[in-house]
Design a protein around this ligand. Structure first.
Ligand code: HEM
Length: 290
């Protein structure tokens, strides 16, 4: 199901960026998903670490070059798509992210941080950030539910009760589904989809809990630690939705739940991702037993 989940997550972002979804055999989505999966594997693997650490190997024909080639392929696809959208665009009447950006670009012709090259990079960045993360979380979620059939059944009972007589689930339904909410959060805790978050760097000399961090220090957040920290979780080392339920069976979110990181640069797509996880998981569990 990896490709299926990637297709679904990718299409949601396409709707935001371009106001379009693509059939799953469309070249755009097939190439996109392939490129993103490969880029992700390379950037999270040892080759990226070597690339970052030893600048003298950067020009050698080593596997990390494939990631750069894939970025070029994606950029070319996006340039074609943006040019296509320009033909039907009505200035001042934006239909999606690309139109909004082009409107803004016209207003800020003297601002060098706005350009069509930036637009392509934003589209690429948002598309990439929103595809692999959500998809891999779903994949992990269903893997755990298949291995914990009693938890899967309890989700299905709650879904059937809350959605009785309704055609489809909506995001508001989550307020009546404490168990499902707990399961989705537990899936995110266990999946730990972005284990080292995104690297940061101090922009000035900084003092943190008695440690001094000079300007320019690379900061790597250890999400695996916080999401599995003993003392923060009732069951830190097992898949157990009780981590998010109180004695009354109500949903509670411990402070240590931060798969989207924290602070001003925390995940921009948190709201969208949470909506996707809920709607996709509930809809599939309502129809199928895994
Ligand atoms: C389960 C799904 C997701 C997880 C676990 C996740 C996690 C994260 C994490 C840990 C960061 C790093 C935050 C930091 O630098 O401190 C991040 C950044 C980001 N995410 Fe997500 N993300 C998810 C889905 C999405 C989606 C659907 C989008 C689509 C819009 C998205 C867009 C972004 C962007 C643009 C950033 C960079 C924000 C910035 O640097 O200001 N993410 N995400």
């Amino acid at each position: 199901p990896q490709v299926m989940f990637h297709n679904a997550a990718s299409n949601v972002i396409c709707q935001v960026l371009f106001g379009t979804r693509f059939e799953y055999d469309d070249d755009f989505i097939r190439v996109t998903v392939r490129c993103f999966t490969e880029i992700s594997k390379i950037t999270n693997g040892p080759w990226a670490m070597l690339y970052d650490s030893f600048s003298f190997i950067r020009n050698l024909p080593l596997p990390f070059n494939k990631a750069f080639r894939n970025v070029e392929t994606m950029k070319n696809l996006l340039i074609c798509l943006v040019n296509e959208h320009k033909k039907s665009r009505v200035p001042g009447e934006p239909r999606h992210f690309v139109d909004c950006y082009l409107d803004e670009l016209e207003k800020r012709s003297d601002d060098p941080s706005f350009s069509e090259d930036q637009l392509i990079m934003y589209a690429l960045d948002l598309h990439f950030a929103g595809t692999d993360t959500t998809s891999n979380t779903l994949l992990t979620g269903f893997l755990y539910l298949m291995n914990h059939p009693h938890i899967q059944e309890r989700c299905q009972q709650e879904i059937d009760k809350v959605l009785e007589g309704k055609n489809r689930a909506c995001f508001e339904d989550r307020h009546n589904m404490p168990y499902m909410q707990a399961v989705i959060h537990e899936v995110q805790r266990i999946a730990n989809t972005v284990p080292l978050s995104v690297f940061h760097r101090t922009t000035k000399d900084t003092e943190l809990m008695g440690y001094s961090l000079p300007k320019g220090t690379i900061i790597i957040q250890n999400m695996s630690s916080v999401l599995g920290e003993e003392g923060q979780w009732k069951y830190p080392h097992e898949f157990n939705p009780d981590n998010f339920l109180n004695d009354q069976g109500e949903f509670v979110k411990p402070e240590a739940f931060m798969p989207f990181s924290a602070g001003p640069r925390m995940c921009l797509g948190e709201g969208l991702a949470r909506m996707e996880l809920f709607l996709i998981m509930v809809t599939l569990l309502r129809k199928f037993k895994f």
